[in-house]
Design a protein around this ligand. Structure first.
Ligand code: 4AZ
Length: 262
């Protein structure tokens, strides 16, 4: 019998244990498109393929949904926006030209308590607007099926806490609320179908450190954000899809949060 653990990022506190794990796994040479070890099961993203993708100093991802606003997961932020530093505009976190901007204010989903109970979204207003493309958020469920693209600087395998220097990306298939919810409920977790969108059937997935980042659907007119990396049991396990905040369900509330912060 195994003990399951809900893995989620952003909430640190495990830094000392992680440092050891990171050290043992950090022996790979300099990162280049050729030698990166294998988000889990993904590939390295093109330098400017996802220009709205941002990194938060809380160890999470996020997306630029307006020039001065980042959408992320509620569990990625505390109450203080000014303690969050956002890196934007490059897939390489060590890029000397990356934009570095602090948070000015933020709004967490009012009902947020625990990732397994839903409401896992937050909006951060930045101290300045960034001259970067922004990502549209889905306002209806029309794109909540098919194949999605996920990305992040998080770990590339379940046991690893090592965060990546270069953004990684993977494609994952939609999984119905019925099958996802039943898998998680059987394992003793709560699942909120209206708030959550599942994707992934093993091999490729988001993982520790990817939380808060976007799950997108490619459309004829560009990418649309359908999910926010939220939680899951382990990473890339066939029976446990990644669980994402269903953006379309919260689109009106997210827009209202942007307005409130403006
Ligand atoms: C995390 O810790 C995390 N496999 C993100 C996604 C998943 C698990 C954990 C889903 O950020």
């Amino acid at each position: 019998m195994r003990l399951w653990r809900v893995v989620r990022a952003g909430t640190v506190g495990i830094a000392v244990v992680l440092a050891t794990a990171a050290w043992t796994e950090s022996t790979a040479g300099p990162a280049t498109p050729d030698n990166r070890i294998e988000v889990v099961g993904g590939t390295q993203a093109g330098a400017h393929a996802y220009p709205w993708m941002v990194h938060l100093s809380t160890g999470c991802g996020g997306s630029l949904i307006k020039p001065g606003f980042v959408l992320t997961a509620a569990h990625c932020v505390g109450s203080s926006a000014s303690s969050i530093t956002v890196l934007a505009g490059s897939a390489d976190l060590d890029d000397p030209n990356i934009h570095v901007v602090r948070g000015a204010s933020l709004k967490r989903a009012p009902g947020f308590d625990d990732v397994t109970l839903g409401d896992d979204w937050a909006v951060i207003r930045l101290r300045e607007e960034l001259p970067l493309p922004t990502l549209s958020i889905a306002s209806g469920t029309g794109y909540d099926s098919g194949t999605f693209t996920v990305m992040g600087w998080g770990s590339t395998s379940e046991g690893s806490m090592r965060q990546q220097r270069f953004l990684r990306v993977a494609t994952v298939p939609f999984v119905s609320d019925g099958s996802c919810g039943s898998a998680y409920r059987k394992a003793g977790y709560s699942f909120v179908p209206g708030d959550m969108l599942c994707a992934g059937n093993g091999g490729k997935d988001t993982c520790q450190g990817d939380s808060g980042g976007p799950m997108v659907h490619a459309t004829a007119s560009g990418y649309v954000q359908v999910g926010i990396v939220s939680w899951g049991v382990g990473c890339a396990r066939r029976q446990y899809p990644g669980v994402y905040t269903q953006v379309s369900h919260f689109a009106a509330a997210i827009r209202a949060a942007v307005e409130d912060l403006s």
